[in-house]
Design a protein. Structure first.
Length: 193
């Protein structure tokens, strides 16, 4: 409580207290104003931080989806080329059948089995932006690992032909310590002409 210096028994209201004829702010008013300013500054910064994190996640998911689609399209193209050349419909894809899976390099047009530890990360060419299992000065290991598997044992004959379930998975480490993943499953068919 603030007292008038002339009369200590009659308290004077705080809004009538003047120093050199000017009114001032109380400490509580100043603290509330500082708190409101801090909120006004930190809220947009927090929003921008979340936006950047979501943009990174979206970029990684898009790249992973493109990598998965690339492998799926390579498999379909190879199956069709095998049919045109009179080869077995899954010729060249034997390494993909089973639990270990394979890695498909659509740049070099190679299919290699994965090791017991799993498939290795795919590389990216810093100049062209292409992904593949290539080494060289322009190639750098990316964060993405692509694994392709086939399942023909449980497939049922379809329309007088054969069917295989193809699974393409792409994984990558995320900033929060979790693992991101995109998976495409498709059925491919060998229908005799």
């Amino acid at each position: 409580m603030i007292f008038n210096r002339h009369n200590k028994k009659n308290p004077m209201p705080a809004d009538s207290l003047r120093v050199n004829g000017q009114a001032g702010f109380t400490i509580i008013e100043a603290l509330v104003a500082i708190f409101i300013l801090m909120l006004a500054i930190t809220a947009p910064l927090l929003s921008a931080s979340l936006g950047i994190r979501n943009t990174d996640l979206s970029r990684d998911r898009t790249a992973a989806a493109f990598l998965a689609q690339d492998a799926a399209e390579y498999i379909i193209t190879l199956k069709d080329q095998n049919a045109l050349q009179g080869k077995s419909w899954l010729a060249g894809l034997g390494a993909c059948e089973g639990n270990g899976g394979c890695q498909i390099d659509s740049v070099e047009e190679k299919v290699n089995g994965c090791s017991a530890e799993g498939c290795q990360p795919i590389s990216i060419n810093q100049n062209t932006g292409q992904y593949g299992y290539v080494s060289g000065a322009d190639w750098q290991t990316s964060k993405f690992t692509r694994t392709v598997t086939f399942d023909t044992q449980s497939s049922q004959p379809t329309l007088g032909g054969e069917e295989a379930l193809v699974t393409v998975g792409v994984t990558w480490p995320m900033q929060n310590g979790k693992t991101g993943s995109v998976m495409i499953k498709l059925n491919i068919f060998n229908i005799p002409a």
